[in-house]
Design a protein around this ligand. Sequence first.
Ligand SMILES: [Zn+2]
Length: 213
Amino acid sequence: MTSDVTEKDKRDQLQIANKPDDVAVLVNKQNKLPANYTPSDLVEPNVPFIFKEKEERRLMRKEAAKALEELFNAARKDGIDLAGVSGYRSFDSQKSLFTYYISVQGEETARQYSAEPGHSEHQTGLAMDVSDTKGTCAAEDCFADTPHAKWLDKHAPEYGFIIRYPKGKEAITGYNYEPWHIRYVGTDIARTIQREGITLEEYHQRKTELTKK
Ligand SMILES: [Zn+2]
């Protein structure tokens, strides 16, 4: 993947994910996906969405899509009706979105919640933004106060998902608290992250330290 590393990447000390298909892949401001990475197993989960259009943002990788269906079914049994807001996003879609946010909000503000193309978890096909079925507080701070957010915080790891950008971890994740952005990592890792109260960044950090010992 050396051809993906540009001179600018080297200056910024960027890491290129060498296993972009790994469900534990770390994608953040320092770690990017290989150029033009597209998951090969994108499918549409059979769950409600807050929009009718047949768009790429319905998609997730197969394993994550199945887990999302199980998560939503379990929530419904507890009286919590969830809907998908935004899943897979291609490099090009992220590029348009990021450019748009910068034009509206300015670069500094935009960077607190939007990723540069190649740096969005949505490009992995393992992330989904969720809300209630009416789309109330979809991708907005007020989602934090809903029973939906509380249910997800407690139960998402049982189905392999983590709240990727938790409150109080902004300095580590590089993003504001996003109670609606869930990321599939598989049940083992999700449960560890929940139990230890850590982020995916810290999980990877610990793993690296263990292999050094
Ligand atoms: Zn998101």
